[in-house]
Write a protein that binds this ligand. Structure first.
Ligand code: DGY
Length: 320
């Protein structure tokens, strides 16, 4: 029932566990996967809630087009770097995200990338499929083992901590960087907090789990990759701007980096052509949270947040 005549705009797509609950209560406008920015600008006037996703830059132009009745921007993601938070704060608009439900999926994907990159799986599979496999070769595709290695976790939040638990389960020693000490990770995994440079020097694997902010932009560039080194593995499942793709491609080409496993890129869905050609790189299309329970849980969290705000309650996952 939509007693108040409230309108919810889904910028692209919201999965049924969230979408259907919103449709029962509100008028829904949905852009679809191919929606352009112009489509979004034409849908938002009069909206009470808007549901963007990480691929939708959400800025003052959209806020202006939406109008003063807009109450909540419910991002279909835990990352909120696509949203101009200050602009929403200034206008008193609530911003929400979808934490927790994707922790396991994203940490597991980071571990899958760790193992796939450490064991050169992309190169090996590509060669096999191309008919280049000439039989068992003792020197081919040699990588590192996680047991006994040092795994560096950049950003010990929920996902970083779960990834650290998985790495420790495989027998790795854990070091981490974080703005503040994480006593739980230290007692649970024996994790040691280091400065970034020390972590890069000490680690066989470096996995990035920090948010995308102006401070973390370009966190891992050519100099940092050299510290990870010719046997080292870099994994990024956080956001593209933290890692310089061109620098990764160059370091893989010239042997300064052992391997890379990447799920995110600076200008998605574009990926550096040089990176696509680079050896020892496992590249995935931003699928960190792509499991059924995770994506359904995210959709459901979006609906919980929208319903709470439009019904005058506190949103469960309010960030602004
Ligand atoms: C998020 O929630 O921030 C993820 O990147 C989406 O998969």
């Amino acid at each position: 029932m939509n007693a108040g005549g409230q309108v919810v705009v889904i910028a692209r797509v919201l999965l049924p566990p969230g979408r259907d609950r919103l449709a029962e209560r509100f008028e829904l406008l949905e852009g679809g996967l191919e929606a352009t920015r112009e489509d979004l600008l034409s849908m938002v006037p009069g909206a009470n809630a808007i549901v963007p996703d990480p691929s939708v830059p959400f800025d003052t132009e959209i806020l202006d087009a939406a109008g003063d009745q807009l109450q909540v921007v419910a991002n279909f993601a835990v990352g909120i770097d696509n949203i101009d938070l200050d602009a929403c704060r200034e206008r008193g608009i609530v911003v929400t995200n979808t934490p927790d439900v994707l922790t396991e999926a994203t940490a597991e994907l980071a571990m899958a990338l760790t193992l796939a990159a450490a064991r050169r799986m992309s190169d090996a599979e590509r060669d096999l499929r191309a008919g280049h496999w000439r039989g068992w070769d003792p020197a081919a595709y040699r990588g590192i083992e996680i047991r006994g290695s040092t795994v560096g976790v950049v950003g010990m939040g929920r996902i970083g901590a779960r990834y650290a638990g998985l790495a420790q389960g495989l027998g790795a020693k854990i070091v981490y960087t974080s703005q503040s000490p994480k006593p739980e990770a230290e007692s649970e995994f024996g994790a040691r907090r280091l400065e970034l440079r020390e972590l890069l020097e000490a680690s066989d694997v470096v996995s990035v789990h920090a948010p995308s902010t102006p401070e973390t932009k370009g966190l891992i560039g050519a100099a940092e990759l050299e510290l990870i080194g010719p046997e080292g593995v870099l994994v990024n499942t956080s956001r593209g701007p933290l890692v310089d793709s061109e620098a990764v491609a160059a370091a893989l080409e010239n042997g300064k980096l052992g391997a890379a496993g990447l799920d995110v890129y600076e200008n998605e869905p574009e990926v550096s052509p040089r990176l696509l050609e680079a050896p020892r790189a496992v590249l995935l299309p931003h699928i960190g949270s792509a499991t059924v329970p995770s994506r359904d849980g995210m959709a459901s969290a979006v609906a919980n947040n929208v319903i709470a705000v439009l019904e005058g309650e506190e949103a469960p996952n309010r960030v602004v």
